[in-house]
Design a protein around this ligand. Structure first.
Ligand code: C2E
Ligand code: MG
Ligand code: MG
Ligand code: MG
Length: 278
């Protein structure tokens, strides 16, 4: 089957692509029922202080247990939720559950929640955040909203205004996955985020103590110059942890401290500390 795109160009649909698009459509339909059927659940991953190995915060990571297909990764279903608009109710559910969970943690521990820019288009995010903070009693400064796709910050007034309204609520705004995708240096001037997270791709090249990451070094140097606290994502080995320590990043996150855990697991980590943090 062929489908015309623009005049003079066409795209061939192979059987594999056809299957993939069928699967996507089916998943999109299933996702509509996932909340009602309690198929969604939260996982948490500690964000660890480089200096002493204590837990500064935990990031909320959404999980979907599909009845037939098992766990579907968020990289697959979040884009579908964004396309269909389901990200609005799903995102609201995540925020409520996560804030309720964090209220059972020590008050010094922050809570990171990922926010899709689509949520800003579809819903009144500041109103939702205000309601959830009121309902759960979580201190606003403990809530860190992680935002990735900030390509529109400097161009889109509504987006920028929303970030300012969120900030007025007292929550912290964190630029996620810095160094990839749409993030750019111009964003740092358009809106001053409270912190940023460096994408895990930079650490992948560190295998031995002697390996270098010139770009990562430059990013950390720049963040330090503008006094922006940073978290480096994707620490999987002691060698990578040592490397990030030398760079002087405030916090790290990664499988080295374990896979993301459920809420009970998170409370266990908060009580006993993360393993292998020295
Ligand atoms: P993210 O916000 O950058 O989250 C970090 C991702 O890196 C998580 O993947 C986490 O499990 C993974 N990760 C952590 N440490 C390591 C490591 O040492 N090595 C490697 N290879 N990976 C590591 P996950 O849970 O699959 O989530 C993927 C993305 O899906 C997230 O990236 C975020 O953009 C999105 N996402 C997850 N939950 C939500 C949510 O509730 N709402 C929205 N809007 N997006 C979400
Ligand atoms: Mg994140
Ligand atoms: Mg990230
Ligand atoms: Mg990411």
């Amino acid at each position: 089957e062929t489908r015309t795109e623009a005049p003079g160009s066409f795209r061939v649909f192979t059987p594999a692509m056809e299957q993939e698009s069928l699967r996507k459509r089916q998943l999109k339909r299933d996702l509509a029922d996932a909340l009602g059927r309690s198929e969604l659940e939260l996982a948490f991953q500690p964000i660890v202080r480089t200096a002493d190995g204590t837990i500064a915060a935990a990031e909320t990571l959404l999980r979907w247990n599909h009845p037939e297909q098992g766990r579907i990764p968020p990289a697959e279903f979040i884009p579908l939720a964004e396309e269909s608009g389901l990200i609005a109710p799903i995102g609201a559910w995540v925020l409520r559950q996560a804030c309720a969970a964090a209220c059972r943690w020590p008050e010094t521990v922050g809570l990171s929640v990922n926010v899709s820019p689509r949520q800003i288009e579809l819903a009144d995010l500041p109103a939702l955040v205000r309601d959830v903070l009121e309902a759960t009693g979580l201190a606003p400064r403990r809530l860190h909203l992680e935002i990735t796709e900030t390509v529109l910050v400097s161009r889109n007034r509504h987006y920028l205004a929303t970030l300012h309204r969120l900030r007025e609520l007292g929550v912290r705004l964190v630029l996620d996955d810095f160094g990839t995708g749409y993030s750019s240096l111009a964003q740092l001037d358009a809106f001053r985020f409270d912190a940023m997270k460096i994408d895990q791709s930079f650490l992948r090249r560190i295998r031995a103590e002697t390996d270098e990451t010139p770009i990562l070094n430059a990013i950390v140097g720049m963040a330090t110059a503008i006094r922006m606290p940073i978290t480096v994502e994707g620490v999987e080995t002691q060698v990578q942890l040592n490397h990030v320590r030398r760079l002087g990043a405030a916090c790290v996150q990664g499988f080295y401290f374990g896979q993301p855990v459920n809420e009970a697991g998170m409370r266990g980590l908060l009580a006993r500390g993360v393993p292998a943090s020295r």
